[in-house]
Ligand binder design. Structure first.
Ligand code: AMP
Ligand code: ZN
Length: 135
């Protein structure tokens, strides 16, 4: 199902042109217009799912499979040193476009990007409380 008001639905289904790296009947991979690094790509399902909470597991798994293929292609053709596969869900997590997308961000030694978090700290009691909540 598409959402007529969704820009990524339009891009994924070819109604808005994009720089497409890969396409099949269910997904399109495009170059991000505001790339974090050279080669930054987005894996877009052609059906509309807002985020990880709404996407069926098999669609999410398919996006990861394609993300892996793209990371391998980038390593071979762009000579990357690593890759971050990142997927944001909800405004609090930095999601700006509410259509599920997987970022494939190639990394280069000394590329100056910062995509990792600042490590925090928790007491044993706090960790145990989280463990109890999640098990
Ligand atoms: P997020 O913050 O995870 O929702 O990521 C949205 C990403 O989409 C950002 O990296 C934007 O640079 C990218 N973006 C937004 N609009 C477009 C567009 N029309 N074509 C390609 N990339 C886009
Ligand atoms: Zn959409």
């Amino acid at each position: 199902m598409k959402d007529n008001n969704c820009i990524f639905c339009k891009i994924a289904n070819g109604e808005i042109p994009s720089r497409t790296l890969y396409e099949d009947e269910k997904y399109r991979v495009i170059l991000d217009l505001g790339p974090a690094t050279r080669g930054h790509a987005l894996v877009l399902p052609k059906d509309h799912f807002a985020n990880i909470y709404e996407i069926p597991a098999e669609w999410a798994a398919g996006a990861i499979e394609i993300g892996q293929q793209m990371a391998l292609r980038m390593r071979e053709r762009l000579h990357t040193d690593g890759a971050n596969l990142i997927q944001n869900n909800g405004e609090a997590a930095g999601q700006t476009v509410p259509h599920f997308h997987l970022h494939v961000i190639p990394r280069y030694r000394n590329d100056g990007q910062h995509m990792l978090w600042r490590p925090g700290s928790m007491t044993d009691a706090e960790l145990d409380e989280v463990l109890e909540a999640l098990t």
